[in-house]
Design a protein. Structure first.
Length: 494
């Protein structure tokens, strides 16, 4: 076998090995170089994997040469390759900006450990996407979660410790539910391989054990996903974590949870059972709409911009959940597209907030007064990211909203389409608050002179801004991949 044949495992092993190596280096700059190199190597592996899947179809990698279901399988299909691109690209870009922001926000003695935890979280998220084994989903989930708790606790504000503890409690409950759910499925089928589970479950779908397992898995993943009303851990975690951590988690962690939900609902249980027989579609639709409207409304009244965007993330998760609830190809396309598109827009916004923290030290509305004149490039990126959040063409946010509206109108759900548009109007309100403060309020008297953010922070921000616009205008790649993934999930295989 050549090196190329091992890419499904290398995309996980590279960041996993880089984590302890960062700690062993002890020197902050050396740890950053190790983390940066590993992240970009992992991203390169994900790009090659995506090309291979596009050319040859699903890749099955057998660890230790053991054939599944006896051995552990890594399985990369269209959806997996699509999500892997996000999970590897975002940390690679975040780490470029982290060189400056981490030194500013984290004590020097903790920086090497910070990068170690960062790479473990990265490896855990990549592992969830790559593995084809249900128990390994839980293992990688715990790797990413435990390291995320540590990362959040390193925030400058003492409230970061409380936020981390809240996340730990909620995350532990979610992980326990997931493990119990997997246990029920194993008890009834005798297998942990997801493909094998999908083949064996139809014979026992009507049993109480499988239905209980389904319920535990759905609620457990919902907690990790921060699906309304299981989102209580997210606002504080995003608000008080170091800027690089917020950007990383906001753009990847919840997206991987959406991936896990799609994988179990559609691939393992089958959408007919999960969304029709149970019936989860009505529940998800109600929770998705409640999340969109409630979280958007709460975001409007926030003074802390990080917290505002955290509630915005809960609303955006609502859009993904709503797409899944439609149980149609168009709905799944919308949900899958938003996994990618939301990563781009939130990556821009939270990285830009990191640049503001670096220069000003805070991200309240008061700190944004006159910011458009003092940090024009940073503020311009926030405006463009905000437009994408609202769904203004030609940004990626518009593409998601378009497919979501198509999915609702296909089923004659006019009231749902109207509520989606109301959600966009609420997003306009809180984005406008930022614009108003930055461009229409005077710079406070006696305020210190503020320079633009350094180029190492602006470069990844504007690369993501460019991606927001490029993929909003040229949709062949993203919509093509999302459509293929949705067809495979719905069983419409070519």
């Amino acid at each position: 076998m050549t090196l190329w044949d091992h890419l499904p495992v290398l995309v996980v092993i590279i960041p996993l090995m880089a984590g302890p190596l960062c700690v062993l280096t002890e020197h902050p700059r050396a740890a950053w170089i190790v983390a940066l190199a590993a992240a970009w190597l992992s991203f390169a592996a994900a790009v090659v994997l995506a090309a291979q899947v596009s050319d040859t179809g699903t890749i099955s990698y057998h660890l230790g040469g053991w054939e599944p279901p006896w051995g552990i399988e890594y399985r990369i299909d269209t959806l997996g390759s699509y999500v892997l691109l996000i999970v590897t690209a975002i940390p690679a870009l975040v780490l470029v900006a982290a060189k400056e922001s981490v030194v500013h926000e984290i004590p020097e003695s903790l920086i090497a450990r910070f990068y170690g935890a960062f790479m473990l979280a990265f490896a855990g998220l990549a592992g969830i996407v790559a593995t084809g084994d249900a128990f390994n989903v839980f293992v990688f989930l715990e790797i990413s979660s435990l390291s995320s708790y540590a990362l959040i606790s390193m925030g400058r504000d003492r409230r970061a410790l409380t936020a981390s503890f809240e996340y730990l409690v909620m995350g532990t409950i979610g992980a326990t539910f997931i493990l119990i759910g997997i246990g029920f499925l194993y008890m009834m089928t005798g297998t942990l391989n997801m493909q094998d589970l999908a083949e064996r479950l139809p014979a026992v779908l009507e049993t109480r054990a499988v239905r209980a397992g389904f319920a535990f898995l759905t609620v457990g993943i919902g907690l990790k996903l921060a699906m309304f009303p299981l989102h209580l851990w997210l606002p504080n975690a995003y608000a008080y974590a170091p800027s690089a951590v917020t950007a990383f988690l906001a753009a990847t962690a919840t997206k991987v949870a959406v991936y896990a939900l799609l994988r179990f609902l559609f691939d393992v249980f089958g959408f007919e059972f999960a969304l029709r027989d149970m019936p989860l579609d009505h529940i998800l639709m109600i929770l998705g709409l409640a999340g969109i409207l409630t979280a958007s409304l709460v975001a409007v009244f926030q003074e802390d911009i990080k917290r505002m965007l955290a509630y915005s993330s809960v609303a955006q998760i609502g859009y993904m959940v709503l797409g899944i609830s439609l149980a149609s190809t168009t709905g799944v396309i919308a949900a899958t597209l938003h996994v990618f598109n939301h990563a781009l827009m939130k990556g821009v916004l939270f990285l830009a907030l990191g640049a503001v923290v670096y220069r000003i030290g805070g991200v309240t509305l008061r700190d944004f007064a006159g910011l458009g004149r003092r940090m024009p490039w940073t503020m311009a990126s926030i405006v463009l990211g905000g437009l994408s959040l609202i769904g203004v063409p030609p940004t990626v946010g518009f593409i998601t909203k378009w497919y979501l509206l198509l999915g609702t109108l296909e089923q004659g759900l006019w009231p749902v389409a109207i509520l989606v548009l109301i959600g966009s109007l609420l997003a306009l309100l809180y984005v406008w608050k930022l614009v108003e403060a930055a461009y229409f309020e005077p710079v406070p008297e006696g305020a210190a002179t503020v320079r633009e953010a350094p180029w190492s922070m602006l470069l990844p921000i504007w690369l993501l801004v460019g991606a927001n616009i490029y993929f909003g205008m040229h949709t062949e790649v993203t919509v093509g991949l999302a459509t293929q993934a949705a067809n495979e999930l719905m069983g419409l295989r070519p």
